[in-house]
Ligand binder design. Sequence first.
Ligand SMILES: [Zn+2]
Length: 246
Amino acid sequence: MKIRNREWPARGLLSLVLSASALSAAVVPVVRPNPGSPRLEPLRHGPALALYQAATNYLAQVPQAAHILQRLERSATTYRVEILDLSINGSVAAANEFDGVQNLSRWDPGTGLSWAGGLNCRRAHSAAIGLMHELAHAYHKEVSPARFFRFSHSPTSDQWRNLEEKRTILHIENPIARALGESERQFHDDDGSFGCERFATTSPTSTVRATTRAVFKPMPKRDPSVEQKMAEFLRRRRGTLASSGA
Ligand SMILES: [Zn+2]
């Protein structure tokens, strides 16, 4: 399945056409050139972009994943994916996440997730499935922002954290992981209580452990500012609905 090309074009007329296509892409890989600054720049070449393309090409083999990627690519909304580029001095990996206020996913292409699957058995999924999970949140926001925010703010007292995580894992992440021969999980572990561990992999589409030491921080909590922004968005939205009599 073809995913829109994000290579920065060469020269000539063709380059103008491709350049317009790249600029209109609704899923834009970006990078943070200065880890101390919030500024993000489109990622147009280099190894980090190649990792992203390897992951999306791998995922797009599954029709459900291809559909989600295409829906986001064709959206009128721009969805950015901040890709961790450890070649940038000072870059530190944190949890993958989707910020529904900024339509920004954050993805570390170098780490998979592993968890206990039973007696002496560990299961794992690749960094690509981690990317799929975040893009699935973006897809839910694209299809229905109201439902996305409502579900994100519907906590569950069980292993799912909230209804948005539950439907994302059960209805998108797991079927796609299964189709690709990867493990399915029955929980959302954002604090390590289910024994999840992030580990360095040999490639974004593999669950083979890299021999290099992992350079991320294990499963940190989400950026609380994201939650605050979401709550503020909902308050504003409710205010607008109330004042319009809806
Ligand atoms: Zn999630």
